[in-house]
Design a protein around this ligand. Sequence first.
Ligand code: APR
Length: 251
Amino acid sequence: MPNLPADDLAKELAAAARIVVFTGAGISTESGIPDFRSPGGVWSRMKPIYFQDFVSSEDSRREAWRRTFNGAAGWVGKEPNAGHFAVARLIAEDRASAVITQNVDNLHQASGVAAERVIELHGNASYATCLGCGLRHELEDLRPLFVDKGRIPVCTGCGELVKTATVSFGQPMPEEPMMRAREETEACDLFLVLGSSLVVTPASHFPVRAKRNGARLVIVNREATPLDDIADVVLNTEIGPTLTAAMRDLS
Ligand code: APR
């Protein structure tokens, strides 16, 4: 019987005492959300809006809110897929301690992973926060202002600018999630990468840190990544079916 990709993954999952799952946009493509760097990905259709441009240019703010409310990047309003549910099972069965995600689509939480087990390095696109006082604003409350009246959202508390709670290029990384990601990375014995091209730093430093710390490194990604040569196992397969099959016999 030939060794199937899922068999190698099943062995790694069964042998691990404490898994950290690290996800990128590739885990959400099976939910209908385009990733960033595959052909037709988000960055092939629109340029990222840098944080300093959002803050300094009303046109950039208008474009950013237009993308949010017309769903241009496709992040919100989608459902979790088999890959998300398999990750949620790893957490529920206490095999995985946390999910470190670069994604902003809230699908790990939507698949049943408790919010405190999801470490969002690049924030979350499903709500907005004030850049001045941090007050949370729901997108649906802001939609009529912008869509019907063309007014750019400002904080209902302090009047400062409001932005979706994502970390834009040029914006500082969130301290607390970065600290928690470091702690989890150094405590695991298996670091499982699911669906990331591993080209964006500092997020892509975590798999290197895990490996250097003695953990096993498994990468499940459709295409090759720059970290494949330090990984213990590389599976260039679809995440949903592969992870589901690997967990079938996990007792
Ligand atoms: N199964 C396995 N791999 C997949 C699947 C799938 N169903 N779908 C896509 N992939 C792979 C692609 O081949 C690609 O290598 O997932 C990877 C996604 O890579 P990117 O599009 O670069 O996304 P990501 O690594 O998450 O980007 C990191 O870049 O622009 C920033 O903030 C943005 O968080 C994002 C960061």
